[in-house]
Design a protein around this ligand. Structure first.
Ligand SMILES: *[C@@H]1O[C@H](CO)[C@@H](O)[C@H](O)[C@H]1NC(C)=O
Ligand SMILES: *[C@@H]1O[C@H](CO)[C@@H](O)[C@H](O)[C@H]1NC(C)=O
Length: 482
């Protein structure tokens, strides 16, 4: 039996003894069973559910939608929408309990188009002033990176709750409007809403993404001032924030003081150490974590471990952990893990092995991975004796023909080895192609100091650190807020 139907039966068992409710639950769990196991019979059964329940009420349907929207496998979340469509076809009027789970489902598979249509249905049924519907709409638009739509729903709210504020702050972070999220947080307090632990977790993740330590400390002071107990999530958010903002000592202090730690807490600390070059501490902590068998490492843990191996130049250990991740823990390496492994091999000057490694990846390497290798080539094999550099350059210009950073890097590396003519040719190609040298500068506060870097200009900090940093920033934003 699938997890969903199991959940359903459990729910059915614990539900009230009201015979009508009981009947509805039985009908809807049967419905679910048929839909999954006998797709052919399902439609007839769908009608049966309606006939059995006697009335055109949405109760059983809402439960089916909820079960699909909250199940673990991504694929079946779309089913929630299909059930909704069937429900509407049968002429059943949705109510305020129908929509929140639908928007949650749409958010999870980023179904912007279908979500907008359902939003239209909300308006048609006059439920657009329901606070639960509005909260999930904000969440949905945030996940789909439609911040203006999220703000519009928020601005139109006549009644807001803490959850509404958390949703809109979270949405602005989702869309990388980090300073906006801080402003919203301040506005929230000014309007007399009391932030809860979730608010703090969200706002701390924004500070972490900004790398703004002073801001992060200020939010931490708010946590202390409110006398909030530092639960697992809040502890993790603090460790993550201090780690990302470069205050590893403080991250460590908070980590030791957090009583309830889960794998995310450990991973944030390991990654924090690794990113700031404390490879030894990172690996020590990983060992300590493994002594507690109830905590299973995940993909972020291994990212931290690989990052540490890269800093410490531990090629053998890197290979070992990369394989352990797959073979012992069944974690499929993602792009960042391949990138980290390429970085390990590249830093050690094993350019040909790194190149072979990239070509054997189960999916196409992205430009970030290739750039990590290119950067290693420009350090270890300036004259390109191995020929790897040339192959990587070609691949990169194929992948990103318009990206001026690659040209800049290429031109610079040609110039470095004295190939002035080639460099000059390339620069003129850039001009012809209408590429401006400086597309956009970014600022990052790393380890307490602010770095300015351009796409393609990696002279200010060791190149691969920034890449890893940027990658993990994204990874973490999603992880903390679940
Ligand atoms: C950190 O945030 C504060 C408040 O928004 C701002 O005044 C300050 O300039 C920021 N610091 C950096 C380094 O960006
Ligand atoms: C192992 O981790 C669990 C979950 O965080 C915790 O409850 C337990 O106390 C830990 N055990 C040891 C020996 O640290």
């Amino acid at each position: 039996m699938s997890l969903v139907s199991l959940k359903f039966l459990l729910f059915a068992k614990t539900a009230s003894s009201d015979p009508r409710t009981d009947h509805n639950i039985r009908a809807s769990s049967q419905f679910l069973y048929y839909r999954q196991n006998h797709p052919g019979l399902y439609f007839r059964h769908g009608y049966n559910v309606v006939c059995f329940s006697g009335k055109l009420e949405p109760f059983s349907w809402n439960n089916v939608i909820k079960a699909y929207a909250t199940c673990n496998a991504d694929c079946s979340r779309r089913e929630a929408v299909r059930v909704f469509v069937d429900m509407r076809r049968l002429g059943i009027r949705p109510n305020e309990h129908t929509f929140p789970f639908l928007f949650k489902a749409c958010a999870s598979f980023l179904g912007l188009g279908v979500g907008r249509q359902i939003h239209g249905d909300v308006l048609k049924h006059g439920l657009h002033f329901n606070v639960y519907v509005q909260n999930t709409l904000i969440h949905f638009y945030g996940c789909c990176k439609k911040i203006l739509d999220a703000y519009k729903v928020f601005d139109e709210m006549t009644h807001r709750t803490v959850v509404s504020w958390n949703s809109v702050i979270s949405a602005s972070i989702e869309c990388s409007w980090f300073y906006d999220s801080i402003e919203l947080f301040i506005k929230m307090r000014d309007r007399g809403f009391e932030p809860d632990e979730t608010t703090m977790v969200i706002v701390l993740s924004s500070c972490a993404e900004l790398g703004n330590l002073s801001l992060g400390k200020w939010v931490h002071s708010q946590v202390i001032a409110k006398g909030m107990s530092v639960n697992c999530q809040l502890g993790t958010a603090l460790v993550d924030m201090y780690g990302k903002c470069g205050d590893v000592d403080y991250a460590s202090l908070v980590f030791r003081r957090t009583v309830h730690r889960n794998v995310w807490t450990w991973s944030s600390m390991i990654l924090g150490f690794a990113q700031h070059g404390f490879a030894g501490y990172a690996l020590q902590l990983f060992d300590e974590m493994r002594r507690n068998h109830s905590i299973k490492p995940n993909h972020v843990t291994f990212l931290g471990v690989l990052c540490a191996c890269s800093h410490a130049g531990l090629v053998e250990d890197g290979r070992y952990y990369f394989n352990e991740m797959k073979q012992v823990h069944g974690i499929s390496p993602r792009m960042v893990h391949f990138g980290a492994m390429v970085d390990i091999l590249g830093r050690a000057g094993l350019l040909e092995e790194a190149y072979a490694f990239v070509t054997k990846m189960p999916f196409e390497a992205d430009a970030v991975v290739w750039r990590a290798l290119l950067s290693a080539c420009t350090i270890h094999d300036v004259n390109d004796c191995t020929g790897v550099g040339e192959k990587v350059r070609r691949r990169l210009t194929e992948l990103e023909p318009k990206r001026c950073g690659n040209f800049v890097m290429l031109a610079n590396s040609f110039a470095e080895v004295g190939l002035w003519e080639k460099a000059a040719q390339l620069r003129s190609r850039m001009r012809r192609g209408g590429l401006k040298k400086i597309g956009g500068a970014s600022f990052l506060e790393v380890g307490g100091s602010t770095f300015k870097f351009f796409s393609g200009d990696y002279s200010c900090v060791p190149f691969s650190d920034i890449i890893l940093l940027l990658n993990t920033l994204n990874l973490h934003a999603n992880m903390i807020r679940f």
